[in-house]
Ligand binder design. Structure first.
Ligand SMILES: Cc1cc2nc3c(=O)[nH]c(=O)nc-3n(C[C@H](O)[C@H](O)[C@H](O)COP(=O)(O)OP(=O)(O)OC[C@H]3O[C@@H](n4cnc5c(N)ncnc54)[C@H](O)[C@@H]3O)c2cc1C
Length: 402
């Protein structure tokens, strides 16, 4: 027995991108289905959840969804540095609470959420997408729609079924334990760099609360063949670096995930189709963070879809305005961040010891712009030409492409 539905818009994936897109489109009067393969939203956590408090406020994410951070600590094999500020600017999200808040917002705006429903193919009319096929409890479901948003994350299930893209070739793989610990500065995070942590990436300790942290390792593929889970287990067993100061650890939960790292190479609009979030490859490559872009451009995708649906023009040409807006905002920043990432991938442990010293010369605002990849051209030029420290000027000359 096949069940059939008709919607203006079908959004695939109830991660931050999909819930935000569905919410914005429904708020603008569209009839929206949001389809999620898991039994509940954020059943599986695949992210460390670091983001920024100004973005949380902009998105209306309640304060009880995140732990504020105001001290940023680094270590390489033989060096450490710390940059602190009075007012916290970073945040470690309670991922489940935040993602469920975003999905609930969509539901309250009138979105129909289909959980435990896996999209496995698309429906086509005259070579263009006109909906998706899905499966739930061995039942086949057909969702007909005027438009589709692919917010299915790394797997990009919709655009792949359309035959327009292949699997990502450059990506990050991360493994993480969320653990209870004896001692933690709940407003300080650690980033750990060098071969013993990750040969192409970094390790982290992100506090979630006064007695709980996420300890993880990220590895770039294809640059390194290291399995991040094995490396993480070794790091914890040997209590490497700042892990030893956490005291006794009791394992709570394991997280694992993949994130694209090819820059903004994908086309993100087709006739009747928009890509957003990880499906579109939107992530800051320096620390592979994509949640704020997923929410921001999820809402943009929802708003532009609503305009397209109201005007009756869902052509690629009309939807190009979506790509133009987000590319204008982040294309240059992501390209600059890729230059830094390229430099970082070639650093030896000795180089990292020196790099940590350079980073410690930044003010907290300069550091945050740097790590967030908020590099406006004017800021880069200022840092590359006027910063009092030569090493910082040299670093930003690289970012500038000099
Ligand atoms: C190890 C790791 C650590 C990270 N740490 C951070 C961090 O600290 N800060 C940060 O900002 N970003 C981080 N990221 C990246 C961040 O998680 C992503 O950029 C973000 O989740 C993208 O959101 P999204 O909605 O596009 O995709 P996702 O969050 O992946 O959501 C996609 C949704 O689609 C659903 N789905 C998939 N296929 C189907 C299907 N066939 N049918 C129906 N539903 C489907 C999935 O179940 C999921 O709910 C990290 C990533 C990894 C891998």
């Amino acid at each position: 027995m096949v069940k059939e539905f008709d919607y203006d818009l079908v959004v695939v994936g109830a991660g931050p991108a999909g819930s935000s897109a569905a919410y914005a489109a429904a708020k603008n009067g569209c009839n929206v289905a949001l389809i999620e393969k898991e039994k509940v939203v954020a059943e599986t956590v695949r992210t460390s959840g670091v983001t920024w408090i100004d973005y949380c406020k902009e998105f209306g994410i309640p304060e009880d969804c995140y732990n504020p951070i105001r001290s940023y600590k680094f270590c390489s094999p033989k060096n450490t540095a710390s940059i602190s500020e009075e007012i916290p600017k970073a945040a470690v999200l309670n991922v489940r609470k935040t993602y469920r808040f975003l999905a609930e917002q969509a539901k309250e705006s009138g979105v129909d959420i289909f959980l435990d429903t896996t999209v496995n193919d698309i429906i086509k009319t005259n070579e263009n997408i006109s909906g998706v096929k899905a499966n739930s409890n061995n039942e086949e479901l057909l969702f007909h729609s005027k438009m589709v948003i692919d917010a299915s994350g790394f797997g990009s299930v919709v655009v792949k079924s359309l035959g327009k893209v292949e699997q990502w070739e450059r990506f990050g793989v991360g493994a993480e334990y969320e653990v209870d610990v004896e001692h933690v500065d709940s407003d300080s995070w650690w980033l750990m760099v060098g071969q013993m942590y990750s040969p192409a990436g970094y390790a982290w300790i992100f506090p979630v609360s006064k007695n709980r942290v996420r300890i993880g390792v990220g590895v770039g593929k294809p640059e390194s063949e290291i399995d991040p889970t094995k490396r993480l287990d070794e790091m914890i067993k040997n209590k490497l670096g700042p892990i030893k100061d956490l005291g006794k650890l009791s394992n709570k939960e394991f997280h694992y995930g993949l994130i694209p790292n090819e820059g903004l190479t994908r086309k993100t609009v087709y006739d009747n189709l928009i890509l957003v979030g990880d499906s579109a490859g939107m992530a800051n490559p320096l620390v592979l963070e994509g949640i704020r872009y997923a929410i921001k451009y999820g809402r943009l995708a929802g708003n532009i879809s609503a305009t397209a649906l109201h005007t009756g023009n869902t052509s690629e040409k009309f939807l190009e305005r979506y790509e133009q807006v987000w590319k204008k905002e982040i294309d240059a920043k992501i390209n600059s961040a890729h230059k830094v990432q390229k430099r970082w991938l070639n650093l030896t442990d000795d180089d990292w010891d020196k790099e940590i010293t350079i980073i410690s010369e930044l003010t907290s605002d300069e550091f945050l712009d740097f790590i967030r990849a908020d590099f406006s051209i004017s800021k880069i030029i200022k840092l590359a030409t006027h910063h009092p420290k030569l090493a910082v000027r040299q670093l930003f000359n690289i970012v500038r492409g000099g």
